[in-house]
Design a binder for this molecule. Structure first.
Ligand code: PEP
Ligand code: CO
Length: 464
């Protein structure tokens, strides 16, 4: 029998005929899309070795709490709001910016919860959302070709050779910046800022006088009244932690696998592996190949995980992804995030919903109404229209109604700042205004007013 001198000897612990067992580094045997061309492999290895000695950013027990919360969503008893920047920046990193983003998320959650009566699981695209997949590895401007910007964990956005050079030291900066962002988030979430008695204080100055801001103020007045009523009726509201603090979980796209591997740790209680860089990790629409490195890596960690699904995916592929990522059919394990585009959603989503429903995987379905609705305005700015965002969410709800499945949540890109990146909304931002405050490093985000407006509209859909 001829021998293949290139074949690797089977690892001793793999039973004959079985695929190699999962380890935090088993992804290295497979093709990993969207990885930077790191110039110095030794430096990269040295950096990931340092990262592997650092403390975890989140704990396994917290990831398990999020799994339980998502299990309620999978059963149709709660709704998820996953929101934050497209790409967090190493430069725009102030306590105010973090606080303002949290304010919008808290406002949206309270609107959704109060108007629909459904509990809301809050997950930020925050404290680690630094890596971006790109449609082309290089970018050309005026005849000069440079590596594409891949997020601050890899390189810088300025268009010059030095800035675009992938720099492995940035992995360490990403860790430290995630750590301080998370520290502040935990303080805000548990230290009084998120107290329901402060519901008015989350409304920002520039939102206050808008129509959405006034609508929010009315709702906040009603919450105040409800709190006073509970007190008067003898409920010890001060002893109810749910009224004074919130759980805000963190998430990001698990794109740079060397970074994720270095932060993957074995839980001393369960013996299971967790990627301790965030509570939830997701696989992007460009990297969910069933035999690819990203799917392999996330199949073995026990965090709740997400997978983006764009218009090219087939029902068979989605069921295969469910089998690989959620073999135990565990509610709360897998979140499927559809991003079809407003025009496609009612045609393309139903066959996926039916296939997954019939396969028996108890997934959470989220709608990302942003990434399928991006276009370039005449002035060259990448943008999205608020009406298309709403239309995709409405189509998502319709498709779930027809399939008898639960529209589990929304996944949106937003900021607490007063930017002009997305068109439309109650303030009717038009193309000529895009330049005035266009600050995103990557995709256009809803501003605080548009986000609040969106929450009221989604609440109406949920109530129905
Ligand atoms: C993103 O969420 O920023 C993103 C790149 O999404 P997708 O993978 O769906 O294109
Ligand atoms: Co984006």
């Amino acid at each position: 029998m001829p021998t293949n001198r290139f074949a690797r000897p089977a690892k001793p612990r793999d039973p004959v005929g079985m695929p190699p067992a999962w380890t935090p580094s088993s992804w290295r045997e497979l093709i990993a899309g969207q990885q930077p061309d790191w110039p110095d492999a030794n430096e990269l290895e040295a950096v990931t070795k340092v990262l592997a000695t650092y403390p975890p950013l989140v704990f396994a027990g917290e990831a398990r709490s999020l799994r339980s919360a998502l299990a309620r969503v999978a059963k149709g008893e709660a709704f998820v709001l996953q929101a934050g920047d497209c790409a967090e920046s190493f430069d725009a990193f102030s306590a105010d910016a973090i606080r303002d983003k949290l304010k919008v998320i808290l406002q949206m959650a309270v609107v959704l919860m109060y108007s629909s009566g459904v509990p809301v699981v809050k997950i930020g695209r925050i404290a680690g959302q630094y890596a971006k997949p790109r449609s082309a590895p290089t970018e050309r401007i005026d005849g000069v070709e440079l590596p594409s910007f891949r997020g601050h964990i890899v390189n810088d956005i300025a268009f010059n050779e030095a800035a675009r050079h992938p720099d492995a030291q940035r992995l360490l900066t990403a860790y430290h910046q995630s750590s301080s962002t998370l520290n502040l988030l935990r303080a805000f979430a548990k230290g009084g800022f998120a107290d329901l008695s402060r519901v008015h204080a989350w409304n920002q100055e520039f939102v206050n006088h808008s129509s959405e801001g006034r609508r929010y103020e009315q709702l906040a007045d009603e919450i105040d009244r409800a709190m006073r009523f509970m007190k008067a009726a003898g409920v010890h509201t001060e002893d109810e932690p749910q009224l004074h603090e919130v759980d805000v979980f963190t998430s990001h796209e698990a794109l740079i696998l060397g970074y994720e591997e270095a932060l993957t740790r074995q839980d001393s209680i369960s013996g299971d592996w967790y990627d301790c860089s965030a509570h939830m990790l997701w696989i992007g629409d460009r990297t969910h190949q069933i035999d690819g490195a990203h799917v392999e890596f996330l199949s073995g960690v026990h965090n709740p995980i997400g997978c983006k699904l764009g218009p090219r995916v087939t029902p068979d592929e989605v069921v295969a992804l469910c089998d690989k990522l959620d073999p135990d059919r565990d509610p709360g394990r897998l979140v499927l995030i559809s991003r079809m585009g407003a025009e496609n959603v009612t045609v393309m989503l139903p066959p996926l919903l039916e296939a997954v429903r019939d396969s028996g995987h108890p997934v959470v379905w989220e709608c990302d109404p942003m990434h399928g609705n991006t276009f370039t305005a005449e002035n060259g700015r990448k943008t999205r229209h608020f009406d298309h965002v709403l239309a995709e969410i409405a189509g998502f709800f319709l498709a779930h109604e027809a399939a008898g499945t639960w529209p589990g949540g929304v996944h949106v890109e937003l900021t607490g700042d007063d930017v002009t990146e997305c068109l439309g909304g109650a303030e009717e931002i038009v193309e000529s205004q895009l330049d005035s405050r266009y600050e995103t490093m990557c995709d256009p985000r809803l501003n605080a007013r548009q986000s609040l407006d969106l929450a009221f509209r989604v609440a109406e859909l949920l109530r129905r």
